[in-house]
Structure formats: C-alpha cells, structure tokens
Design a protein around this ligand. Structure first.
Ligand SMILES: [Fe+2]
Ligand SMILES: [Fe+2]
Length: 195
C-alpha cells in the first residue's frame, strides 16, 4: 500500500480525511494484488504467508474505513497515483518473482509513508493508534517478502536485477508524484474530483 502524500509538508496541508481515504484505497488495492498473487504461490510456506498478508491488508482497509467513519468522514474512491505509476515503470509482472519484487517495493514505500506520518506533530490519538497497529504488520510484510526474494536470489542471481528494477520503478513513481504536486498543489484539496 502506498499513497499520494509523500513529504511532511504535504501531510500537514492535506485534509486528514483525504489522507485516510488514500490509505484506505491503497489497502484495498493491496488486498486485491495479494489475492491475485496468492494463486501463483509455489510453496506451502509462501501460500500461508500470502494468506496472512491478505488477511492483514483487508483488516487495514477496514481500520481506515472505521477511522474515517468515526471522524464523520465520507468514503470516496481516490486515484491510486503511486500504484499506477509503479506498474507503468515496472511493467506488467510476468512471474511470481516479478509480482513479489513489485509488492516488496510497494510495501517498503508504505512503511516509509506510515512511519513519516507517525512522526508528524499533530496526530490525533485515533490516527496514531491505527498507524501503530498497521505498521507492525507492514514491517512483517516487507520482511517476509524480502526473505522470500533473497531465497530466490541465492538460487538465481538474476533475481537481484528484478529487485533493483522494482526499486527504480518506485523511485521514478515517487519522483513523478513529487513533481506533479509541486506543479499543482491545489490538486490536494477536499473533496477530490471524481475521475
Ligand atoms: Fe496494509
Ligand atoms: Fe502491507
């Protein structure tokens, strides 16, 4: 999961309900991606990990949904700008390893985003508790996928190139979004425009 805001300044100027809707949409997207990838799992261990991961992402989507409702907010569909760009730069995954690498890059980005938000000064108790709870799971997501990819690197060193490619796609996606936000900061207004 990852979202649009990616620096402290953006977090402070955006409506919290907008950010939570981005988080919610990213978690829903993540659950869908894990569900598709789980069909390709080639070991019982990976199947079990992906099942637990799917449970987590669905739970996270619900936790953000509940937080938005508790804050009196509206659930809206928001653009998945990061995910779309990541997929464009990485290309359509053609193997389980490529799926894992793209997910790994996206999960790392999600941890960075949530960690940064947790460090921002004006957090409500509700958002802070939700971020803390979710981050524990997100750290595990990065760890188990990294372990799985390292096993694959030991068997086939070209897997490292796929991981590098995923990180480059992530950097390019974030670079685009930073440029877009600098060019048009008003795009971060509430409520979002319907696509
Ligand atoms: Fe998540
Ligand atoms: Fe995750």
């Amino acid at each position: 999961m990852t979202m649009i805001a990616k620096d402290g300044a953006a977090l402070e100027t955006k409506d919290p309900l907008w950010i939570l809707n981005e988080y919610r949409a990213a978690e829903v997207h993540g659950a869908g991606a894990i569900m598709r990838m789980a069909r390709l799992a080639d070991s019982t261990e990976l199947s079990a990990d992906l099942s637990r991961h799917l449970r987590d992402e669905a739970t996270h989507a619900w936790l953000w949904t509940r937080a938005i409702k508790e804050m009196g907010g509206e659930i809206v569909e928001v653009e998945q700008a990061y995910q779309t760009r990541l997929a464009t730069y990485f290309g359509i995954p053609r193997s389980l390893t490529e799926f894992l690498a793209m997910t790994w890059a996206s999960e790392r980005r999600g941890v960075l985003q949530y960690t940064e938000h947790l460090g921002s000064p004006e957090l409500t108790g509700l958002i802070q508790r939700t971020l803390r709870g979710i981050l524990k799971d997100e750290h595990w997501h990065v760890r188990y996928i990294n372990d799985e990819l390292q096993r694959r690197v030991r068997a086939d060193r070209s897997v490292q190139d796929i991981m590098d490619r995923a990180l480059i796609a992530d950097e390019r996606a974030i670079g685009d979004m930073t440029a877009a936000e600098t060019a048009a900061p008003e795009s971060a207004t509430w409520p979002p425009k319907k696509p």
